[in-house]
Every structure is written in structure tokens, then in C-alpha cells.
Design a protein around this ligand. Structure first.
Ligand SMILES: Cc1cc2nc3c(=O)[nH]c(=O)nc-3n(C[C@H](O)[C@H](O)[C@H](O)COP(=O)(O)O)c2cc1C
Length: 254
């Protein structure tokens, strides 16, 4: 069973590719959490997998919250995660390993997959060029083929791009990010908005409603930026930080 979260499709691609290679089933974490589905029974000897994007050098809070609430009928014998990131993961492995350890579950394997950048919510952050984005996706496909085999064989491995100042980024910056940079009051729809409701449809947390045809963000945002990237007319902005930065969504198949 593979539990996954994705805002803009990168991690969905990774989860779907692994599910196909391992003949496994997918569970979308926000949907399961919304429906209160925290109890699972794994088939005998089945692998337990997690796939998620790295947010501010750590697993997204909603993924950690879900793990905390999950209950398994029997302890898992093989647990792995794959995280997607624009470039570096910091102490994502350490944080996730600890969350699993608190349940008495042991991490067997993990790896990071560099995918096109999706975060542009602050000055200085920008998307990859099209050429770079495609190069990352091509490299990721090769990495996934290789690592799916290793997971199939229940290898124990850790292949993470950690980067420098990992503790500082994954703890100090991450806690400020969660406190201050996930504030959805900075989102707005410009006059270009065509009232199509695509933002409502694509928000994985169902945090957006339409009021008089215009999107309203309702205060429980994880900052995946799906609303911004999927808007068909690029009418959504986050303060001034996103202006003129273009959009990205994963469009390939697995
Ligand atoms: C809020 C946010 C924070 C991010 N933080 C990091 C980070 O710390 N390091 C990194 O390499 N990429 C970071 N990224 C980039 C994403 O991890 C990456 O683009 C990921 O593949 C997006 O996955 P998704 O398309 O499944 O949502 C961040 C993206 C977002 C939206």
C-alpha cells in the first residue's frame, strides 16, 4: 500500500510509477484524512510506502499528522518512503524515521527524487526552465526504474540529497515556514479570473470555495500552490511574490 500526497503532480507521478512497478494500491492522504480512514490491514508481508513532496526541508505537516494517526492491524515488515524535491531535502529522512519510530515502525529504505520546482511563494524562488524541468523528469524516470527493483527485492537503502545546513533548514527555517509562510490570506484572484472553479477542484485540502464566483481561501492551506499552478488563466497570485513567475504542473504519464 502506498500512501501519498501531491499538490502539483510530481509526487503523484512518483507514487503511480511505483504502484505500477510494484503492483501496489494507492491511498491519497488528504482524502483518507478527510474521511477519517486511519485503520489499515496490510496483506501478509506487504510493503508500506509513503510518497510526498519536501516542504521547507521536511515532510509536509499533513503527512506527519496522518502517520501519527494511522493504525495498522499488524506491524509492517518493510517500510519505505520516496520524497520529491526541487533540489535538497535537509533532514527529511531523520524526521520521518522519528515519526515512524514513535509508532514502533522501522524505516527500511528511502530515496529522494529531484523534480521540477513548484514553490515560488517568496521573493527569490523561481520555477525551473523548461529544459531543466524536462531533464529532471527524465532522470527521475531512470531512478524510479532502478529503485522500484530495489524495493521489490526489499533492499535496505537510503539515497537522499541532504544538502548543507540541514539541521538549521529542517528545524529553524521549517518551523518559521509552517508558522508564517502557509498563510493563505495572501492568495488573491486577479481580474483575469474566469470563475471556472478549477482552483476549488484542484485544492487537495478542499480549502477553497467560490463566493460570488471568486475563490476564497478558508484558512487551512498547506501551501502546495496547486491553485496557483492549475489556474487556466494564471489569475491567482500570492502577494506580489508570484507575479510574472509562470506556472508548472506535471503533465507526463507514468
Ligand atoms: C511549500 C513548498 C516548499 C518546498 N520546499 C522545498 C525544499 O525545502 N527543498 C526542495 O528541494 N524543494 C522544495 N519544494 C519543491 C517541491 O518539493 C517539489 O517541487 C515537489 O516535487 C512538488 O511536489 P508535488 O508536485 O507533488 O506537489 C517546495 C515546494 C513547496 C510547494
Amino acid at each position: 500500500m502506498i500512501f501519498y500526497f501531491s499538490g502539483c503532480g510530481n509526487s503523484r507521478f512518483v507514487a503511480a510509477t511505483l504502484a505500477k512497478a510494484l503492483d501496489d494500491t494507492l491511498v491519497f492522504i488528504p482524502e483518507a484524512a478527510r474521511e477519517g480512514r486511519y485503520d489499515y490491514t496490510l496483506a501478509d508481508g506487504a510493503r508500506l510506502g509513503f510518497v510526498f513532496p519536501v516542504y521547507s526541508w521536511a515532510p509536509p505537516r499533513l503527512v506527519l499528522d496522518f502517520v501519527k494517526r494511522m493504525r495498522l492491524a499488524t506491524p509492517p515488515s518493510y517500510v519505505y518512503f520516496a520524497c520529491t524535491c526541487g533540489d535538497q531535502c535537509g533532514q527529511t529522512e531523520k524526521i520521518f524515521r522519528k515519526a515512524l519510530g514513535e509508532k514502533g515502525w522501522e524505516l527500511s529504505s528511502c530515496f529522494s527524487v529531484q523534480m521540477p520546482e513548484t514553490y515560488i511563494g517568496m521573493p527569490g524562488f523561481k520555477l525551473d526552465t523548461e529544459v531543466n524541468a524536462q531533464r529532471k523528469i527524465d532522470t527521475a524516470r531512470t531512478l524510479l526504474d532502478k529503485n522500484a527493483l530495489r524495493l521489490q527485492q526489499r533492499e535496505s537503502f537510503s539515497e537522499m540529497v541532504v544538502g548543507g545546513f540541514a539541521w538549521f533548514k529542517s528545524h529553524l527555517i521549517n518551523s518559521s515556514f509552517n508558522k508564517y509562510a502557509t498563510d493563505d490570506r495572501k492568495y488573491r484572484a486577479t481580474d483575469a479570473c474566469i470563475h471556472c472553479g478549477k482552483c476549488v477542484e484542484t485544492c487537495p485540502l478542499q480549502n477553497i470555495t467560490l463566493e460570488d464566483g471568486r475563490p476564497k481561501w478558508n484558512g487551512h492551506c498547506t501551501m502546495c500552490m496547486a491553485c496557483y499552478h492549475y489556474c487556466p488563466v494564471n489569475a491567482i497570485q500570492y502577494g506580489k511574490a508570484t507575479e510574472g513567475k509562470g506556472q508548472y504542473q506535471f503533465r507526463g504519464n507514468c
